[in-house]
Design a protein around this ligand. Structure first.
Ligand SMILES: Cc1cc2nc3c(=O)[nH]c(=O)nc-3n(C[C@H](O)[C@H](O)[C@H](O)COP(=O)(O)OP(=O)(O)OC[C@H]3O[C@@H](n4cnc5c(N)ncnc54)[C@H](O)[C@@H]3O)c2cc1C
Length: 440
């Protein structure tokens, strides 16, 4: 525990003399990494001791811990608890510099990354630009059903949820009031399940005594999954356990029918129309526009097809990793869009580049080591699948908590999240019940 803490506590660095970046030694390879998410950051940090100059580019100035975004969206955590400034994370790494900018293209011939008019030359390029939510061609649904991918999405969803309760409190029309107090989550994967559980607990516990005209416990939370079961990557027994835990929280789980219509005041699911003012999209993802930048082969989700070394086929100087890459395992199955995949791929491409520039060695193909899957439903309710061991209930929930705190970047964030969780556990309250961003 201590070793982890020291390495991740950038605050201590401020007392040390400011690190002077050695002049880019003539001929020292330039490694440019686009995206400071799980994959890009892992690659940059793993190159700390390599004789290369690292440039990490991101359109944001912070690294975001997406697995806890849903807790920002449901008023449990503040955005700063799950995000860390990239410059702070790499302040102690002498061979690294950080550029904030939105990449708009790649000049493969000239070996340059384009940030608008600006050009950043590279000898090796790692693209780790992640993914965005996708509506399977129904992009017109986005205004009515926001997805959850960045902090702005989370605070927008939080506003919609909390505002619905406020509006219901003064709404005279019972039909409109029930519409306001109905929340539909589309997509029964981990994010959908976690959102549904958190909204149910918010309405049934945290808000229960705070209103006078409405009873928040009467809110409907509906989770729609087009497939036959929730959490399809988990074993059926754990899918069933998650469904039962959600239903104990009062969530209505709808299986087997996709959303076919989505509008301002209702959604259609199979034969039913559900009146609602708040729909949250947790169903589809599509990769960043990296394939277009690279003019590369891609799959239906726009992921860039890479070879076994995570290189763009035919170009050993370009690597594509994480959610924006289509990498397959030894059986040809696509690797899942998960943080551990991106992190392991980041470390791998760093090792590959270091081996190339130091000993001109080939370190063999990438192999993903899957440690397991975790998903939480709510208080003392989660499921965990480690293959040889499958857990549910409180023990899985504790494990889920420990793993998420450990993987958070930054000592401050770990302590902040832990304190927020302990407080929420003891008081049944939420630490960030703020309605922000209301116009006027
Ligand atoms: C709500 C939610 C919950 C999740 N929960 C889990 C979970 O519990 N467990 C798990 O393993 N995985 C989870 N995931 C998936 C996990 O977050 C991703 O698999 C992981 O983030 C992929 O890492 P990445 O490095 O490929 O991309 P990301 O972490 O998304 O990072 C991409 C980075 O690229 C930057 N970027 C994008 N485009 C540009 C551009 N044009 N110019 C400059 N910078 C750019 C972005 O700002 C971002 O910082 C979750 C995802 C979401 C959205």
């Amino acid at each position: 525990m201590t070793a982890v803490l020291l390495r991740d506590a950038p605050a201590r660095i401020h007392y040390a003399p400011r690190l002077r970046r050695p002049e880019a030694a003539e001929g020292r390879p330039r490694v440019v990494i686009v995206g400071a998410g799980f994959g890009g950051l892992s690659a940059a940090r793993a190159l700390a001791r390599a004789p290369v100059d690292v440039t990490l580019i991101d359109k944001r100035n912070y690294h975001l811990f997406q697995p806890l975004l849903y807790q920002v969206a449901t008023a449990g955590l503040s955005p700063a608890d799950i995000a860390s400034p990239i410059r702070g994370i790499l302040a102690g790494q002498a061979n690294a510099r950080v550029l904030m900018g939105k990449v708009t293209g790649i000049d493969r011939e000239g070996r340059q990354v384009l940030i608008g008019e600006r050009r950043v030359p590279y000898d090796y390029l790692v693209i780790a630009t992640g993914a965005r939510h996708a509506y399977f061609g129904k992009d017109e649904w986005e205004p009515f059903a926001p997805g959850l991918k960045k902090i702005e999405d989370a605070t927008d969803i939080r506003r919609r949820i909390l505002l619905a309760f406020e509006q219901a409190e003064t709404e005279p029309d019972p039909v409109e009031r029930q519409r306001l107090l109905s929340f539909v989550i589309v997509g029964g994967g981990p994010t959908g399940v976690e959102l549904a559980g958190a909204i149910a607990e918010l309405s049934k516990v945290a808000l229960a005594r705070d209103f006078r005209s409405i009873d928040p416990r009467s809110a409907r939370v509906i989770l729609v999954q087009s497939g036959e079961r929730l959490l399809p990557v988990f074993p059926p027994r754990l899918s069933e356990a998650a469904r039962k835990s959600l239903e104990r929280l009062g969530v209505e789980v709808r299986l087997g029918h996709p959303v076919s219509e989505c509008g301002e005041s209702a959604v259609r699911v199979g034969p039913d129309v559900i009146d609602t003012r708040t729909v949250i999209w947790a169903a589809g993802v599509a990769a960043s526009p990296a394939a277009k930048w690279l003019q590369a082969e891609k799959d239906r989700a726009d992921r860039v097809k890479v070879d076994a070394n995570l290189n763009l086929p035919g170009d050993p100087r370009i690597f594509v990793i994480g959610d924006t890459a289509l990498a397959v395992d030894s059986r040809g199955n696509p690797l899942p869009g998960l943080a551990p995949v991106a992190k392991q791929q980041g470390a791998y491409v760093a090792a590959r580049i270091a081996a190339r520039v130091t000993q001109d060695l080939d370190i063999g193909p990438f192999v993903y080591h899957h440690l397991g899957n975790l998903a939480t439903v709510g208080r003392k309710a989660a499921v965990a699948d480690f293959g040889f061991l499958r857990l549910q209930g409180s023990i899985a929930w504790l494990l889920w908590g420990v793993v998420h705190v450990l993987f958070l970047i930054g000592f401050r964030n770990r302590v902040a999240v832990l304190l927020d969780w302990i407080w929420a556990y003891l008081t049944f309250q939420r630490g960030s019940r703020l309605i922000t961003g209301v116009k006027g």
